[in-house]
Design a protein around this ligand. Structure first.
Ligand SMILES: Nc1ncnc2c1ncn2[C@@H]1O[C@H](COP(=O)(O)OP(=O)(O)O)[C@@H](O)[C@H]1O
Ligand SMILES: [Mg+2]
Length: 447
C-alpha cells in the first residue's frame, strides 16, 4: 500500500511516522509513505527507516491538479491531505473524479472551515452551543451587534469569514475597538477588503471566557470516533504573553485530572460532532475525514469556537505520539465511503510536543540558521523529532526554512515524564536564536 501525504510540516511528518508503523514501533514493509513536498529534515529521517518505507517527492505546481497528477504518477492507493487550502479548493472531489482514494472532506463539507459564516449557520441549525454572533458584510449591522455588547459591558471577537492562515481573528475585550476592526476587515474607504474575498463578510461574536481545548473526531459522515483531547499553546511567550502563533507546543490526551472527564468527550460527541454531521448530511455534504473542534470550556461546559476540517498542528504530533494504533484501516474505510470500523483512539500514555521556532517568528522569521543535535535529541528515550521548516543548505547542513522549525515530542506514562523527555531533547538541539516556550504543559504537569 502506497500512501501519499500532501503537506510539508510537522503534522505530515507525524502522520507518516505513525502510519508507517501500524500499531508497532518499527516501519512495516507492506506500506510506503510518500510525503509531498515534505522537507529535507523529514527526508533524512525517512532514509533511516529502511528501503522503501518512506520518502519525500516534489509536489507539481498547479494546486489541486498538481496533487491529482502526482497521485496518478505515484499510483497512490490512498491520499491524505494535511493543509486546509487544498481541501477547501476541492482536492478530494478532484481525486474522486480521477478514481483515486482520498481521506478528507469534499469541498462542500470543507466549507465548515472555509467559511466561518457557514460554520456558524450549520451550528445554529444543528443546535450546537457557541457564541452569539452576527455574520454580515455591512458595517451598520456589525455596529448594532457591537453596540449591544458595549451596553452590556461584554467583549467581542471579529473574524474574517474565509481562510486567512490564522491571521483573520481579532479579539476585542474592549468592544468599542471592534468597529474599527470591522471597517478595516471589510475595507471601508479602500479599494479592497483587508484579506480580499476572505473578508468580504465578517463574523462578530461574543468573547467567551474559559480555557481552550482541541478535540479530534474521525468521521465517516454518520458516526465519529474521538481522539483524546489536547491543548495547544498559541502565544509566542511563556505565560501566554506575546503575539499569536501557529502553536508553540501541545499536550494530550487530557483526562479528568486536567478538567476533561470522559463524560465531557462523550458530550462533545453527542452534542457537537454528531449534530454537525447530521446537519451536513441533510445539506447533501456528508463530512468524511478528520473534524477538529476548537472549544472553549467554562464551568465544565464546552462551546464551539471553530471547526477545522483536517488534523491540527501541533496537536496531531502529540496525539499520534501517544498512540499505538494502526489508523490506516479506518482512514481507508472512511475514504471509501464505508462506515468506521471500531478503532481505539484513546490512550493511557501522555505526550507533549515543544516547538522550536525561528528567530523573529511569527512576524519576520530569519532563515538559514544551521540546525544541529537532532541525532542526540532522538537518543533521549521516548523522544521524537518532527521536522517542519527545515531545508538543506548548499553545504549539506540542515537549516531553518520557515517559521516553526522543529516539533520535538516526548511520550511517557505521565505528563511529567513526557515533558521531561521533550525538554531534554530540546536542550540537545542547537539553532541560533531559536525561540522555545519553557512552560508548555505547566498546568497539567504535576497531575
Ligand atoms: N468567541 C471567542 N471567545 C474567546 N476567544 C476566541 C473566540 N473566538 C476565537 N477566539 C480566540 O481566537 C483564536 C482564533 O480563533 P479561531 O476561531 O480558532 O480562528 P482561526 O484558527 O481560524 O484563526 C482562538 O484560538 C481563541 O483563542
Ligand atoms: Mg483556530
Amino acid at each position: 500500500m502506497r500512501v501519499l501525504i500532501v503537506g510539508s510540516g510537522g503534522r505530515e511528518h507525524a502522520l507518516a511516522w505513525r502510519l508507517a508503523r501500524g500499531a508497532g514501533t518499527a516501519p512495516l514493509s507492506d506500506r510506503e509513505m510518500v510525503v509531498a513536498p515534505g522537507n529535507a529534515g523529514m527526508a533524512r529521517d525517512f532514509a533511516r527507516w529502511g528501503p522503501g518505507r518512506a520518502r519525500c517527492a516534489p509536489l507539481p505546481r498547479g494546486g489541486v491538479d498538481g496533487v491529482v497528477a502526482l497521485a496518478r504518477a505515484e499510483r497512490a492507493d490512498l491520499v491524505i491531505v494535511g493543509p486546509e487550502q487544498p481541501l477547501v479548493d476541492g482536492v478530494v472531489d478532484a481525486l474522486a473524479a480521477a478514481d483515486i482514494l482520498c481521506f478528507g472532506p469534499s469541498a462542500a463539507a470543507a466549507r465548515l472551515e472555509g467559511s466561518k459564516a457557514f460554520m456558524k449557520d450549520v451550528c445554529a441549525r444543528a443546535g450546537v452551543r457557541g457564541a452569539a454572533f452576527v455574520a454580515t458584510s455591512r458595517v451598520d449591522e456589525a455596529r448594532r451587534f457591537i453596540d449591544e455588547r458595549v451596553r452590556a459591558g461584554l467583549g467581542v471577537v471579529v473574524k474574517a469569514d474565509g481562510l486567512c492562515a490564522g491571521k483573520g481573528v481579532v479579539v476585542c475585550p474592549h468592544a468599542p475597538d471592534a468597529v474599527a476592526v470591522v471597517e478595516d476587515m471589510l475595507g471601508v474607504g479602500r479599494a479592497a477588503p483587508r484579506f480580499g474575498d476572505a473578508s468580504r463578510t465578517v463574523v462578530v461574536e461574543d468573547l467567551l471566557p474559559g480555557v481552550e481545548l482541541s478535540v479530534f473526531a474521525l468521521c465517516d459522515g454518520h458516526d465519529a470516533a474521538l481522539f483524546g483531547a489536547a491543548r495547544d499553546h498559541k502565544r509566542l511567550h511563556d505565560e501566554d504573553r506575546g503575539p499569536n502563533t501557529g502553536g508553540m507546543g501541545a499536550v494530550g490526551p487530557l483526562d479528568q485530572r486536567h478538567g476533561v472527564p470522559a463524560s465531557m468527550l462523550a458530550e462533545v460527541k453527542e452534542r457537537v460532532v454528531l449534530p454537525v454531521l447530521a446537519e451536513l448530511r441533510a445539506r447533501g455534504a456528508p463530512f468524511r475525514g478528520l473534524l477538529f473542534a476548537g472549544l472553549m470550556v467554562d464551568g465544565g461546559v464546552p462551546q464551539v469556537l471553530e471547526f477545522n476540517v483536517r488534523f491540527g498542528d501541533p496537536e496531531t504530533e502529540a496525539l499520534l505520539l501517544a498512540l499505538d494504533v494502526d489508523l490506516l484501516p479506518a482512514l481507508v474505510a472512511v475514504a471509501r465511503g464505508e462506515r468506521l470500523p471500531p478503532v481505539a483512539l484513546q490512550s493511557a500514555d501522555k505526550a507533549a510536543v515543544v516547538v522550536l521556532a525561528a528567530a523573529g517568528y511569527p512576524d519576520d522569521p530569519q532563515q538559514g540558521a544551521i540546525i544541529e543535535g537532532l541525532e542526540q535529541a532522538e537518543q533521549v528515550q521516548g523522544a521524537q523529532v518532527f521536522c517542519a521548516g527545515v531545508a538543506e543548505d548548499p553545504a549539506g547542513h540542515l537549516a531553518v526554512a520557515g517559521g516553526r522549525v522543529l516539533v520535538v515530542g516526548g511520550r511517557g506514562a505521565s505528563f511529567d515524564d513526557a515533558l521531561d523527555r521533550a525538554y531534554r531533547a530540546v536542550d540537545r538541539i542547537r539553532i541560533a536564536g531559536a525561540q522555545v516556550r519553557r512552560d508548555i504543559g505547566r498546568s497539567v504537569r504535576a497531575r
